[in-house]
Design a protein. Sequence first.
Length: 654
Amino acid sequence: MTIEFSLNETRIFPPSETFVKNANVSGMAAYQAMAQAAQDDYPGYWAKLARENIEWKKPFTKVLDESNAPFYKWFEDGELNVSWNCLDKHLTTQPEKTAIIFEADDGKVSHVSYRELHGRVCQFANGLKSRGIKKGDCVIIYMPMSVEAVVAMQACARIGAIHSVVFGGFSSKSLHERITDARAVAVITSDGQFRGGKAMPLKPAVDEALGMGGCEAVHSVIVYRRTGADVAWDEDRNIWWHDLFNSQPTHCEPEWVSAEHPLFILYTSGSTGKPKGVQHSSGGYLLGAMVSMQWVFDYKSSDVFWCTADVGWITGHSYVAYGPLAMGATEVIFEGVPTYPDAGRFWKMIQDHKVTTFYTAPTAIRSLIKLGGDLPKNYNLSSLRLLGSVGEPINPEAWMWYYTVVGGERCPIVDTWWQTETGSHMISPLPGAVPTKPGSCTLPLPGIQATIVNENGDEVFDQHGGFLVIKKPFPSQIRTIWGDPERYKKSYFPAEMKGAYLAGDSAHRDEDGYFWIMGRIDDVLNVSGHRLGTMEIESALVANPVVAEAAVVGKPHEIKGEAVVAFVVLKGARPADAAAAKKLAEDLRNWVGKEIGPIAKPDEIRFGENLPKTRSGKIMRRLLRAIAKGEEITQDVSTLENPAILEQLKEVVK
């Protein structure tokens, strides 16, 4: 069975001659030559990149070991240290270059040089060792966005400890699940964090999690003082960051580890069911982060790079904590939210810090359009040369606003498709080579063998949709699910996929071979025998001038199989009464019918002031499915930015 795709986007934006001329990958011929080199000698291609980009303590002689597929190994007999590759190697070439520009929630700005960051990481690494933390131990990091969060991650990497960062918006229950599953020996946290002018607690959640049982292995809780709030204290287990840190020397010899040594575990799909601990390696993961910085972000030494993601997510790992530092970049880290003290915060920061590369999520873009689509025009954004999108497919209208209003029609947009499990970008335009289309992530990176298959694992070539897979192993991919290798094989390498990595997304390829992500496999609706991707219906709704944001889910229908339910956020106020709501809902149904076809018309449209999102901006579609079906919500909703919105979205327009 194929998945139908009906959106027809014909706009094409080639990179400018100037951008092409100066790009790291210059022109389509260069892109095609790289892809061909990978095709001709796959192991040799990656080995060359690994030797050129990573500084090895002991060079590798083995490249790819497929003997125990799908538990692949890359560069296994090579030895390195990731922190050394991010910090020490810059000390002889650019020690005083700014590594991090940190802007706090209240607007206070501080600059940290590579020399200073190296010293801080070494001090904290020595502090961890003084608590008996060693190579192979797992450490939970539950911190606000801060320089200290990056220091903690890098310090773990320096001593060979495995970190697992938990987003600061997760509840104590979610934290407890991760502490126990990872068998952590320590937790690094903060008394609290500032968001939107408000102090929010963090350590109480740690105390609550540790009190739930099963955390006996945790012998140390290291607490950074950020808000000054009073916190409960256990003298045997708790220690202040500054007390641990200040007495330590600023040199710490790195622990040299195998390229396959686990660098970190990052849990995914934790809001429902048992979270999956995605385990990443050291060497292959670092290589993916570095080459994507060069190819996708076209990194230049003069860049000021800003990825807005929290370090609690994979984007914050690869493009805050590791990739930019491994390249020796200057990057911005922001503690706050884009709407405080007003909706111009992002644009003011780009202006003030002369940001050249800006990487954010479609959810943030759409929210900022709703809050002030003309606001960017009030700021000087001329420093920008490249824009990026991450996290979910970006609908064409949001793409166009991003391109015209933020980028001034001069900045290429790299719409990146990748996952927690892939570690780094998989499909994305290389900005100096690949012409872009609004809403498409375009072509795979050179060396990434992506394709589309049907449910039997057979490739689909006729522009119909199917399952997105990656045919060959690649260095930055997940190595296993922590403590659950069978779940790893079942989730990502089911037998019907014939050895390919199953991404879990549905996708379509157009006549130019460009990839269009249609949503998760479980976000594909089967309406009267037609399989429709939710993303295209959402894009059609958001293309309407009155709609700011939309999320589409399915619910059972006795005749059609599934009914389409749309949750819509308007640019203006919600309809004043039931009659107005009914009229607008009908107008939007007809709009979708015109944009895609009658089969895609939503059966229900519900209006809300917002959509249920985590504090990182991710739409909680599982909650929307439960609301659509009229089910009681039993999931943990503590990670939601706006839990009150759930009641509003239960109102059906009749």
